[in-house]
Design a protein around this ligand. Structure first.
Ligand code: COA
Length: 164
């Protein structure tokens, strides 16, 4: 567990911890608010219980509970991992929560023996692209028309990779 103190002196501190099944409802809520096609509570619980999936969340320190303010899930196979999703609850966005969360998550992946991390991100998702670029992920390709958007249009997926 690691503690994040906001550099500008907020009284709210966040701790990074492994996700537990009891978090599933909160994850589904954040996911539904973040993506056109949300994953439900049952799907979230199954992923948390899957030994091949590393799931980490950020929680408000001193408020034990099952409601992270941000989370990330990655599937691990041998020494490779794929980030399946990362999302921050609305009011916590733009406050570097994802930076701290991803830093912790990559450390956890490395501790599991992961050496290469892959991900897909929608072209035009500027916060996510900036986050990943800042962490040293490099663009390795794209899949045109990969994402189905809520308005019926389709968007390109950018493929990115980073060695740990
Ligand atoms: C993508 C997401 C996880 C980023 O989390 P966050 O904690 O809000 O982002 P941060 O505050 O750490 O900022 C990350 C980078 O994005 C930039 N950024 C943040 N909000 C932005 C905005 N609205 N427009 C443009 N850039 C933005 C920051 O400046 C930072 O870049 P920098 O380091 O080059 O300055 C969050 O926006 C989110 O949950 N989005 C919905 C789900 C999603 O798209 N997930 C990614 C799927 S691949």
């Amino acid at each position: 567990m690691s503690l994040l103190r906001w550099p500008w002196g907020s009284s709210e501190d966040l701790t990074a911890q492994r996700l537990q099944p009891a978090c599933a409802a909160a994850l589904a809520h954040i996911h539904a608010a973040s993506f056109a096609h949300g994953w439900d509570e049952e799907a979230m619980a199954a992923m948390i219980l899957d030994d091949m999936i590393q799931g980490d969340g950020l929680f408000v320190a001193g408020q034990p509970g099952n409601a992270p303010v941000a989370f990330v899930l990655s599937r691990c196979v041998l020494d490779e991992a794929e980030i399946l999703t990362i999302a921050v609850a609305g009011r916590w966005r733009g406050r570097r929560a994802s930076l701290r969360l991803l830093q912790h998550h990559l450390q956890c992946l490395a501790a599991r023996g992961v050496r290469t991390v892959h991900l897909e991100v929608e072209e035009g998702n500027t916060p996510a692209l900036r986050l990943y670029s800042g962490f040293g992920f490099v663009r390795t390709g794209e899949r045109k028309g990969y994402y189905a958007k809520a308005d019926g249009s389709r968007a390109t997926a950018v493929l990115m990779t980073r060695e740990l």
